[in-house]
Write a protein that binds this ligand. Structure first.
Ligand code: NAD
Length: 278
């Protein structure tokens, strides 16, 4: 009886670790969606490299999950190359690339776009993703590993009026890059997918809502309430960083072996409802 229980527990603990021994790089992993994913990946047996600009936060999180941290500005090609190299020297390969780093948009009218701000945002949200795809694909092909690349798009790529114009353009571009890379890399056994969250309370959303509402006292809790109230199809709440992390875990796991070129929308049904406009 005792042996049965022990065996059952051992099998349970192995089967719940869905990324056992896999090596992952997560850009923008110091906080928000990236941090929730880094923790969940580590709980599931992955070795995680966090690549971010927020050194203290990123290094502390990496320490707490037995991972590694590297300072990395994704808009700089050489920084992303170094983050991938760290994974290769640390654990000898790369299995999962989560291109998650991104910034929001100040918004405003299209008639009054500040093109320098647009270019800055594109350098992070679009080129940052492209850099991640390029060096992750190189490493995975060279290592002969059936890896997967997951990029973070947004509901703003699917509906008008959800982000600023530059943000929308960047997130739509990510969907296109994902499909194009999925077509090329399938032959190497590399899957490429996107997640598209909607309205997940995070520091990025706090800055956006502060500008939008013109109030500096807005916090994560209030944002969650506002989003939950506006979205009629949501199951009584808005999404969380953990909701997104679980979807990323699924796409990264062997359970998603047949899924590539796909955009997994994480919105509690929001973009399916024609009457929902924020
Ligand atoms: P966040 O601001 O909490 O996290 C973003 C992380 O990216 C931070 O750790 C930040 O330091 C890092 N980062 C920013 N610029 C970087 C750069 N140049 N190089 C490296 N790292 C950089 O916000 P979040 O909500 O967790 O956002 C994560 C991703 O999810 C972003 O791509 C965002 O566009 C996307 N997204 C978020 C939501 C949402 O509702 N929160 C919805 C759709 C998409």
């Amino acid at each position: 009886m005792e042996t049965d229980t022990r065996m059952h527990d051992e099998i349970q603990s192995l089967s719940t670790k869905r990324l056992m021994g896999k090596v992952a790089v997560i850009t923008g992993g110091a906080r928000g969606i990236g941090a929730a994913t880094a923790k969940l990946f580590a709980q599931n047996g992955a070795y995680v490299v966090i690549a971010d600009l927020l050194d203290e936060l990123g290094a502390n999180l990496a320490d707490s999950i037995g991972g590694r941290y590297i300072h990395c500005d994704v808009s700089k090609e050489a920084d992303v190359e170094s983050a991938i190299k760290l994974a290769l020297t640390w654990k000898g390969g790369l299995d999962i690339m989560f291109n998650n780093a991104g910034i929001g948009d100040a918004g405003g009218s299209i008639t009054n776009l500040d093109m320098d701000q647009v270019k800055y945002l594109v350098s992070i949200n679009v080129y940052g993703n492209l850099h991640g795809m390029k060096y992750a694909a190189q490493a995975m092909i060279k290592g002969g590993r059936k890896g997967c690349i997951i990029c973070t798009s947004s509901s703003a790529a699917l509906m008008g009026g959800l982000g600023g114009h530059a943000y929308t353009l960047s997130k739509e571009a990510i969907l296109g890059m994902m499909r194009s890379a999925a077509c090329e890399l399938g032959v190497h056994g590399i899957r490429v997918n996107c997640v598209s969250p909607h309205g997940v309370p995070s520091e990025m959303l706090v800055s956006a809502y502060r500008k939008f509402l013109g109030r500096m006292d807005v916090n994560l809790e209030e944002i969650g309430k506002i989003i939950g109230e506006r979205a009629s199809l949501l199951p009584g709440r808005c999404g969380s960083t953990e909701d997104v992390a679980h979807a990323v875990l699924y796409l990264a796991s062997e359970n998603a072996e047949y899924i590539t070129g796909h955009n997994l929308v994480l919105d509690g049904g929001y973009t399916s409802a024609s009457s929902n406009m924020s």
